[in-house]
Design a protein around this ligand. Structure first.
Ligand code: FAD
Length: 398
């Protein structure tokens, strides 16, 4: 925290205002309908691209809109305030996929994918989890086998051979919408995560099929999917980073991704606070507004403290990244606290709304449903505690 500048620059303030206006105009009026329909309007992705929110932190040379990680957090927070489904689409397509290509990709890969992803013409998804491996992602079983091309070489394949990939990925955000999947597969016989490599696989590649998972508790507007790969053939140039370094690619993506989840949680908690304060000032019981009742004020003040604490932890991660300092453990702390805080805040807001909190014409129920998954994905709360505990004790308890 030492040396952290809590004042926003003019540019950051302007980006936040732009995001507030965009979210209030393009997202808030539709969020409940998208939730009920189990799909956000796909046109929102193009609009997010046009306003530059899918290109934050990416170089303009590749179609990005530049900016620092604090600006990225501010926009993500506003998106989370408006609709976590939309926030998640951005956090994955930009945060986990485009930013990872920018960090690890070859010049050819950057030119192939980044302009489309930042413009919102393409959507990206991140394929790490499998039916049998979630927290223990390093033991994934999807296999990528090198084929020297002596048989059935695909057209356009190059020297160095193709990879033929088989396996199943589970719970993939944007899965059925995506044009490209950043896919993690075991490509050597090295044990555990050392055998994992990262690949950029176009989703129209023959052999890749997708199935949307319905009936989610929250984030209903998002296309969460199962991906099945049967003899999916990609050229060697699809490899992102070096062979066997895929787990490092995944972990570096998730370290920054956790900050993005935390920022989205700040947005949920802020939305819970705004809604609870507004309602408490309108609803009357016992002859006065419920804002007059001390125990209602307790609920509201608990939300307010959670908002501030989550925001400060999240901004600290952005500040560390922007200053080029180590941030991974702080990102785990921010994600752990902000996700649990968002659940608490939404639950407290629901209590302020009483019975009306339980029906979806009022915002608290959706906030709570959307918040709940934040303690699960990109590393459960238990996994964040193991990351933090390892850093403090030097002992890996995984
Ligand atoms: P498990 O790993 O089976 O965990 C079950 C329980 O055991 C948890 O409480 C966990 O904390 C606990 N546990 C496990 N190991 C330990 C341990 N060592 N010590 C203590 N407790 C432990 N994945 C992707 O790759 N890409 C995506 O885009 C993506 N999007 C998702 C979207 C949604 C809506 C959901 C629900 C999931 C998504 N995921 C995605 C998957 C998500 O990251 C996993 O669900 C998560 O990592 C947990 O894995 P699991 O569900 O297999 O639970």
């Amino acid at each position: 925290m030492i040396g952290m500048n809590l004042e926003l620059s003019e540019e950051q303030t302007a980006v936040r205002q732009l995001a507030r206006d965009f979210v209030d105009r393009e997202i808030v009026p539709h969020a409940v309908a998208w939730d009920r329909a189990e799909e956000v309007d796909r046109a929102i992705v193009k609009k997010l691209g046009e306003v530059g929110f899918l290109g934050l932190t990416i170089d303009e040379e590749y179609g990005g809109s530049g900016g620092d990680h604090l600006a990225y957090c501010l926009v993500t927070e506003e998106l989370g305030r408006g609709d976590s489904s939309v926030r998640g689409i951005v956090s994955v397509s930009l945060g986990l996929v485009a930013k990872t290509i920018a960090a690890w990709g070859s010049e050819e890969q950057k030119r192939r994918w980044l302009p489309g992803l930042t413009a919102g013409e393409y959507v990206g998804c991140f394929g790490l989890t499998e039916p049998g491996t979630g927290s223990d992602a390093g033991n994934l079983t999807t296999r990528a086998v090198r084929d020297d091309g002596s048989t059935s070489r695909s057209s356009g394949a190059e020297s160095g051979g193709d990879y033929v990939i088989n396996g199943t990925k589970m719970f993939i955000t944007n899965g059925t919408w995506a044009d490209v999947v950043l896919l993690f597969a075991r490509s050597t016989d090295a044990p555990g995560h050392k055998g994992v490599s990262a690949f950029l696989v176009p989703t129209d590649t023959p052999g890749l099929t997708r199935r949307t998972l319905h009936g989610k508790l929250g984030l209903r507007g998002q296309a969460t999917a199962e991906l099945v790969l049967e003899d999916v053939r990609v050229p060697a140039s699809a490899l992102l980073g070096e062979e066997g370094k895929g787990f490092s690619v995944a972990m570096s993506a998730l370290a920054k991704g956790r900050m993005s989840v935390a920022a989205g949680c700040v947005g949920i908690a802020q939305a819970a606070l705004d809604a609870a304060v507004r309602y408490a000032g309108e609803r009357e019981q016992f002859g006065r507004t419920i804002a007059h009742h001390q125990l209602v004020q307790e609920l509201i003040s608990d939300i307010a403290v959670d908002v501030d604490a989550a925001r400060l932890l999240t901004w600290r991660v952005a500040d560390l990244i922007d200053r080029g300092l180590p941030f991974a453990v702080e990102s785990s702390k921010a994600k752990l606290f902000a996700s649990e805080a968002a659940v608490r805040a939404a639950n407290n807001a629901l209590q302020v709304f009483g019975g009306y909190g339980y029906i979806d014409e009022y915002p608290a129920g959706k906030l709570l449903r959307d918040a709940r998954v934040m303690t699960l994905y990109e590393g459960t709360s238990q996994i964040q505690k193991l990351v933090i505990g390892r850093a403090l004790t030097g002992v890996s308890a995984f």
